[in-house]
Design a protein around this ligand. Structure first.
Ligand code: SF4
Length: 373
């Protein structure tokens, strides 16, 4: 089993909160996609011997690609795609036109991830999103009408200048579409973004932790009542509808990442491509140019990664994945966390409870292994 991830490093505009790798210089798009096609060919040995469990177009904004550009990335993979391959494309609502949806179906795309974020125009405008709430609704309905059953949407919580009551209305609106899956992320203010600059200048104040927490718990409770399983810190699914791509990533199943800024992982080897479109193109074009960094993970790094990814999931981690000395070393603190209802543990292993998820970074770093046994 193997996943392929395409990082499409282009957006038509920059959202005020986003610190992903992307460029708004769309005139370079064709050249970057050509180089991604070259990278895919050069790395054929890595992906051509496995059944593809998932293909994921993320970014950036994959829906800015035209038909020819999608074709350059899909065609080489044709033989690895089966009728069980989950093929996801992230889309912005303003791009979800009928011709676009038909094009996606013709390519065999069977899952769309729609970047809704909020259904309120003032929230969207404040974050410099370029679609309206109505366009987000239309995008979901249109995708459903043309037969996309496997849809997911993103909602943001903790939006500055918004409120918990508006977030509640966003949840209710989202649930009215009966999607099989959705994701929800906290809006964090990152230094190199417009929001980061405004915060430094005193024009924007970070949302208080209490509001963040209440919105996180509100969503957790309402989603469970509505029949969704909160299966990962930021992800919710109906039974049998978890994201294959992300679930495999959390389980440590290999994936090949193509494009500027994309990461790859295979059996303890991590690879990450340069996060700069021009440098990526230059390196790919120069044949021997190095467009990536490689790291061979030590056993201890693999275990720490297992902790980080496993504890973000509902299943958590298994005791037998870790040295028994590590469990003994942390037995008291884990008992205490269990009393505080941050975690639950049993004979098999342990996992974080929703309160623990809120402080997961602190808890996980406390548990990191620091020496090999
Ligand atoms: S949030 Fe999405 S659309 Fe907005 S800048 Fe970031 S990657 Fe682009």
């Amino acid at each position: 089993m193997l996943g392929v991830y395409f990082h499409i490093p282009f957006c038509r505009h920059a959202c005020h909160y986003c610190d992903f790798h992307f460029s708004t210089l769309l005139k370079n798009k064709e050249e970057v996609i050509d180089c991604m096609h070259v990278e895919l060919g050069r790395r054929k040995e890595e992906w051509s011997h496995s059944e593809l469990s998932s293909i994921y177009f993320g970014g950036g904004t994959p829906s800015v690609l035209n038909e020819n550009e999608f074709k350059k990335l899909f065609d080489p993979l044709a033989l690895g795609i089966s009728n069980t391959t989950e093929i996801t494309v992230e889309v912005n609502p303003e791009d979800v036109t009928l011709p676009f949806l038909n094009k996606m179906r013709a390519f065999g795309v069977n899952r769309l991830s729609i970047g809704v974020q909020s259904f309120f125009d003032d929230d969207l405008h404040g974050m410099n999103r370029k679609h309206s709430g109505q366009e987000a609704e239309t995008a979901i309905k249109r995708a459903q009408d043309v037969g996309f059953e496997n849809l997911t949407a993103d909602l943001i919580f903790g939006i500055p200048h918004s409120s918990t009551s508006k977030f509640l209305m966003n949840i209710e609106k989202l649930f009215s579409f009966s999607l099989p899956h959705f994701s929800s992320y906290a809006l964090t203010i990152e230094e190199k973004t417009v929001f980061g600059k405004w915060e430094k200048q005193g024009k924007l104040v970070e949302v208080p932790d209490e509001r963040m927490e209440s919105e996180f718990f509100l969503l957790h409770e309402l989603s469970e009542k509505a029949g969704y399983e909160h299966y990962e810190l930021s992800n919710y699914a109906r039974a049998g509808q978890r994201s294959v791509h992300n679930s495999n990533y959390w389980k440590g199943i290999p994936y090949v990442g193509i494009g500027p800024g994309a990461h790859s992982y295979s059996h303890g080897n991590r690879k990450w491509n340069v996060s700069n479109n021009n440098e990526y193109v230059r390196s790919i074009r120069s044949e021997d140019g190095r467009y990536y960094e490689l790291e061979k993970l030590r056993e201890i790094d693999i275990l720490n990664e297992r902790l980080m990814t496993g504890l973000r999931t509902k299943e958590g981690v298994l005791w037998n994945e870790f040295p028994s000395s590590w469990r003994e070393e942390h037995a008291n603190v884990l008992e205490e966390w269990q009393r505080k209802q941050w975690i639950k543990q049993d004979e098999q292993g342990f996992s974080l409870l929703p309160v623990g998820w809120l402080i997961s970074n602190n808890l996980i770093s406390y548990l990191f292994l620091t020496h090999e046994d």
